[in-house]
Design a protein around this ligand. Structure first.
Ligand code: MN
Length: 368
């Protein structure tokens, strides 16, 4: 064993002596020997590799507890450690993307884009919508909820004994946003007000779920609040939102499921995920359990011609993506689209409840 003093080891590992003492306390990097009388720490030169890995992982901002896991893994299974780093970084990028959207929105708000006289000249936008929820062909009851109004689009997929009330309770909590001051006809709501209102509504929804009899019940929730030019998206669980824009059809929500996180970390591909036995296992939902729900919140600019689809897994898990896409693209109006999508689910045996909302963004007809 080639023992180095803490000072010498600090130099070769490029970690400070202070950091080394802290990593020892945390069990992240234990000295090879600690003198029982003086308390001096000595490190084996062979520990340099682990120390350097710690230093590099600190540079990418990884929390210490997670660094410990990666370092332990690196000693037995380097490729598993590599996947952990990739998964961590995918999470950082997703978080950054969400914050970038929010930052863009705040910049627009603060630079007075809403009061720009030019923007007053553009044709006002409105939405046309349809919503339907269906029991399917196998389940005894329907715990899916689909709702569409002039300001709110929402789907929820309840689970557990009180799943139906969890789903409808969550959507009801958001409906309050349609009628309160935020939904007034005056100036568009400010970004902060809108986000706070959504966040509060989700916490109310979560509290409502908490009050339900029978633990283990809860719901997913994917909803969009229309503000006249923008859509504020709130999402938790594995219900989804898709957007058809300029001939492209893409998903704009991220599933909070175990299999999605496996896809993110590169240990599963999308095709394997579709048949995975635990594909419905949720990482996040409104289950009242954690006290505080952690939904994704996003804001984005709507464009005339946009068509949005909100749906539960009873649609996308049963019906091939290409069929969903074709139906959304070809339907003449939201009602046709919803009818076509429910029919597709039935054609696929409708093993689960199905909820669909389709909304078109259109230029408001100016009265003659
Ligand atoms: Mn379902």
């Amino acid at each position: 064993m080639d023992l180095l003093t803490i000072g010498a080891f600090a130099r070769v590992s490029r970690l400070s002596a202070k950091a080394l003492r802290r990593y020892d306390e945390l069990g992240l990097l234990r000295p090879a020997h600690t003198d029982p009388f003086t308390g001096y720490r000595y490190y084996d030169r062979a520990q340099t590799e682990r120390a350097r890995l710690v230093a590099w992982l600190r540079r990418i901002g990884m929390p210490l507890a997670r660094i410990r896991e990666v370092c332990d893994l690196a000693e037995t299974d380097a490729s598993a450690a590599a996947r952990q780093v990739r998964a961590y970084w995918a999470g950082v990028e997703a978080e950054t993307a969400a914050r970038r959207d929010l930052a863009d929105f705040l910049v627009d708000q603060l630079s007075g884009k809403d009061t720009d006289p030019m923007s007053q000249l553009t044709t006002p936008l409105t939405i046309r919508y349809a919503a339907r929820s269906d029991r399917g062909l196998v389940r005894d009851s329907n715990q899916d909820v689909a709702y569409a109004g002039s300001r709110l689009l929402a789907v929820a997929d309840g689970f557990g004994a009180a799943g139906d009330r969890a789903g409808s309770g969550a959507v009801d909590a958001l409906k309050a946003l349609e009628t309160d001051a935020l939904g007034g006809t005056a100036a568009p709501p400010r970004a902060g007000d809108l986000l706070n209102a959504l966040e509060d509504a989700v916490q109310r929804a979560n509290a409502a779920v908490h009050g339900l009899a029978g633990s283990g019940s809860g719901t997913t929730l994917t909803a969009m609040l229309w503000t006249g030019s923008r859509l504020a998206l709130v999402h938790i669980g594995d219900t989804r939102a898709y957007l058809l824009r300029d001939g492209m059809f893409f998903r704009i929500t991220h599933d909070h499921t175990v299999v999605q996180s496996m896809i993110d970390e590169g240990s599963l591909d999308a095709e394997e995920a579709a048949s995975h036995p635990q594909r419905a296992m949720l990482l996040r939902a409104l289950d009242g359990r954690e006290g505080i729900a952690r939904p994704d919140l996003r804001l984005h600019e709507a464009k005339p011609g946009d068509r949005y689809l909100l749906c539960s897994d009873g649609l996308f898990a049963a019906v091939p993506h290409a069929d969903i896409r074709r139906t959304v693209e070809s339907a003449g109006d939201p009602d046709d689209a919803v009818t076509g999508l429910i029919a597709l689910a039935h054609g696929a045996g409708a093993p689960d409840n199905v909820a669909c909302v389709v909304a078109d963004v259109v230029e408001e007809a100016v009265p003659a």
